[in-house]
Design a protein around this ligand. Structure first.
Ligand SMILES: Nc1ncnc2c1ncn2[C@@H]1O[C@H](COP(=O)(O)OP(=O)(O)OP(=O)(O)O)[C@@H](O)[C@H]1O
Ligand SMILES: [Mg+2]
Length: 250
């Protein structure tokens, strides 16, 4: 493997303010100033770190409350819907990752996708706290297309009564959000049980929301996967910012 080494300092043939290090300092200084203007109550600091982009951010995630990224960077190929750093960091981070994309509706609800898995439980807790902080409602959404299988390899009936299945799915949603009102007495929680595919349903619900929150994984898929298909679809297509939350103990 060839590794290109580049000097960080200004070139001896160019102006003293040239060079990668100076350019990086300027980016961080601008970002700190911008963040301070966005909300003067927040204390803001900046740092230039040398290293691989994703590796540095994943390292920071061990000590952070959340990592926030934009959905596109400077180097995006036009075909990519979301930058590769955003996907890598979301897959490996040790704390919630927020992807700033689409439009955050100021008075819209915080939407959370619920499938009954430990990751989605963690997403529900995070989403409830976000809704309280933002003084808005929480909308818990569960999508279903057929009877739920609880484990990979479970047999699913070919014929089922949609009404009975719908009742089971409503129960799943109620159980996943039980206890929220005790913890957050002033939080309004709306339940939506939707017959349809999860990714499409949540992308639809992201329209008009402030934030959509999902777990990194759900109750399906291969155990080796770091990001499930629903969370990936939201990273690429949600119409508002997305938070991806990982259950630490899983
Ligand atoms: N049916 C659903 N209704 C609402 N939200 C869902 C549903 N399925 C998944 N989600 C949300 O998406 C998150 C990630 O789940 P996802 O389905 O992407 O992973 P997975 O089940 O591990 O893999 P896959 O389904 O791709 O095989 C869940 O934690 C939950 O927040
Ligand atoms: Mg799933």
């Amino acid at each position: 493997m060839a590794i290109a080494a580049r000097a960080l300092g200004p070139s001896p043939y160019g102006p003293p303010e040239g060079g990668l290090r100076n350019a990086a300092d300027l980016i961080v200084r601008d970002a700190v100033a911008y963040a301070g203007r966005c909300d003067p109550r927040v204390s803001v600091s900046g740092e230039v770190v040398t290293g691989g982009i994703s590796a540095v951010l994943i390292g920071e995630s061990r000590r952070a409350f959340a990592v926030v990224l934009g959905d596109r960077g400077l180097g995006g190929f036009t075909g990519l819907l979301v930058g590769s750093v955003a996907v890598q960091v979301t897959a490996h981070a040790r704390c919630p990752v927020l992807i700033a994309r689409g439009t955050a509706r100021e008075n819209g609800p915080v939407v959370v996708g619920v499938d009954g898995s430990p990751h989605s439980d963690r997403a529900v807790a995070f989403a409830a706290e976000e809704a309280v902080l933002r003084k808005t409602d929480l909308r818990a959404v569960h999508a279903w297309t057929g009877p739920a299988s609880t484990r990979a390899g479970d047999m699913l009936p070919l014929v089922y009564d949609p009404e009975l299945v719908g009742e089971d799915e409503s129960r799943l949603l109620s159980e996943a959000t039980a206890g929220l009102t005790e913890r957050h007495p002033d939080l309004l929680v709306a339940h939506r049980v939707v017959r349809g595919r999860a990714a499409r349903t949540l992308i639809g619900q992201s329209h008009g929301a402030q934030l959509v929150v999902v777990g990194a994984r759900g109750r399906g898929g291969f155990t080796g996967l770091l990001l499930g298909s629903v969370s990936q679809a939201l990273l690429h297509h949600a119409e508002c910012p997305v938070a991806v939350v990982r259950a630490a103990e899983v």
